[in-house]
Design a protein around this ligand. Structure first.
Ligand SMILES: NC(=O)c1ccc[n+]([C@@H]2O[C@H](COP(=O)([O-])OP(=O)(O)OC[C@H]3O[C@@H](n4cnc5c(N)ncnc54)[C@H](OP(=O)(O)O)[C@@H]3O)[C@@H](O)[C@H]2O)c1
Length: 418
């Protein structure tokens, strides 16, 4: 029975069983040792191959999403003679790395085993000692890595340290999944600026509010709950001062997950018009940072003892400069929630990594009703922002789309066809 094959620490779900059965044609597939298991009233098939163990490591890594910043999410399992003898995830910056937790669980049994890890093990001293040292000491025979760490302190050096110690290393198993898991960390570590997600709820005609500026609520309650997940996985949430003036939002995480970090609330407010009794200033539940222009005086700033004021060098708030400043302050990701003036500024400067939109089956209409992308607009299709659909999902009657920039966008012929 499965209980005898896997230690209790590994949670086995029927979903993961069927995923393999469906993907590989069930028990007839010859991709690794298969074991028929009986779970409740359903029969399933386990395929014990390298991919299976790496998927376990990826599932473990996923449990750290929203908790590990500024570190990446990492999962690891150690396998010996087809049995998982150790498993671990990186749960928070400063706590043990995934490989080290897995090695601690495996103990002396780790000698001669294979270690699966979703990200290249580090070989430098950070908040914790190098993981490669522990792996080498434990006499692990082989390390299978999903993806390399782009952090210049690590990239390739972790692999070299292991290989120099005579450990066999394999790289690239389920790389795409591992890269997707750490898109925020990878962007930040390379660019030193935050990963930017633009998020909005809109009607089918891309309106964010009616001509009377009524926007509560365009989208349904489950879409709004889903949107909270992005507050959980980002370091900061950013809005323009008009959203504060219009809605007095609290900008906190109110989803289902236990949140251990403080979501930082960033308000772009050139002339410091945020009311001193606004929720974001008075509630103290989360840190509030107000970004202001150079014209704001010390006297004005003194009225906001609960907020951190970031004063830009120019009269206006230059978004590119702001991204560099936020990067220096270790903000690895920001969720831009609007309103439309702010969203338009980010879009015009192509300052984003992904867009998340929730579309309601509503037509609001009206030339003066604010839309997702206002401003002057682009004159030609070649100039237009080209996007790629990454994910689509129905949330009750709302359509959720996740889009990224299209890297190899096609050229458009702007001439009229005759
Ligand atoms: N449907 C949705 O998902 C959604 C989400 C959020 C808000 N909303 C709605 O949107 C409305 C507010 O939108 P809004 O467009 O009027 O205001 P906004 O985008 O919230 O704030 C815009 C203001 O931010 C300040 N700002 C500072 N630096 C900026 C920069 N670099 N680029 C752009 N703006 C900068 C400017 O004021 P200063 O010059 O004074 O600094 C600007 O007027 C509200 O009615 C709200 O309910 C809808």
């Amino acid at each position: 029975m499965i209980k005898d094959l896997l230690p209790n620490v590994v949670k086995v779900s029927y979903k993961s069983v069927t995923r393999y059965a469906n993907a590989y044609g069930g028990a007839s597939a010859n991709l690794g040792p298969t074991v028929k298991v009986w779970m409740g009233e359903r029969n399933g098939v386990f395929v014990f191959n390298k991919e299976y163990y790496m998927r376990l490591a990826l599932d473990l890594a996923r449990t750290g999403m929203g908790y590990t910043s500024p570190n990446p999410c990492v999962g690891s399992v150690i396998v010996k003679n087809g049995v998982v003898i150790g498993s671990g995830a990186h749960l928070r910056a400063g706590l043990a790395h995934a490989e080290v937790s897995a090695l601690n669980m495996a103990g002396d049994n780790a000698a001669g085993a294979t270690l699966y890890v979703t990200l290249e093990p580090c070989n430098h001293h950070g908040k914790t000692p190098p993981c490669t040292d522990d792996i080498i000491k434990s006499k692990i025979a082989k390390v299978i890595i999903a993806t390399l760490d782009p952090n210049p302190l690590v990239c390739g050096k972790g692999v070299k340290a292991l290989e120099d110690a005579g450990i066999m290393v394999e790289i690239g198993l389920l790389k795409k999944e591992a890269d997707a898991l750490n898109q925020i960390f990878f962007h930040y570590i390379v660019s030193k600026t935050p990963f930017v997600t633009l998020k909005c709820g809109m009607s089918l005609d891309a309106k964010l509010a009616t001509k009377n500026h009524i926007s509560k609520w365009i989208t349904n309650s489950n879409s709004r709950l889903d949107a909270h997940y992005y507050r959980h996985t980002h370091d900061a949430i950013l809005v323009g001062v008009n959203t504060i003036l219009a809605d007095n939002p609290s900008l906190t995480y109110r989803g289902d997950l236990k949140s251990t970090k403080s979501l930082i609330r960033i308000i772009l407010d050139t002339n410091l018009k945020t009311p001193t009794d606004a929720n974001v200033v008075t509630d103290k539940s989360n840190p509030t940072w107000i970004v202001v222009g150079s014209n704001v005086t010390k006297e004005q700033i003194a009225k906001y003892p609960n907020a951190k004021i970031i004063q830009m060098k120019d009269k206006h708030i230059d978004l590119k400069q702001l991204m560099l400043t936020l990067g220096e302050l270790q903000i690895t990701s920001i969720l831009v929630e609007g309103g439309y003036t702010i969203l338009t500024s980010f879009l015009e400067q192509s300052l984003f990594n992904q867009i998340v939109v929730y579309i309601a089956p509503l037509l609001i209409g009206g030339k003066s009703a604010p839309g997702l992308f206002m401003g002057e607009g682009f004159a030609t299709l070649n100039d237009a922002l080209k996007l790629k659909y990454e994910h689509m999902q129905m949330i009750d009657d709302n359509l959720k789309l996740v889009l990224t920039k299209e890297q190899n966008a096609q050229d458009f012929d702007d001439k009229e066809e005759v």
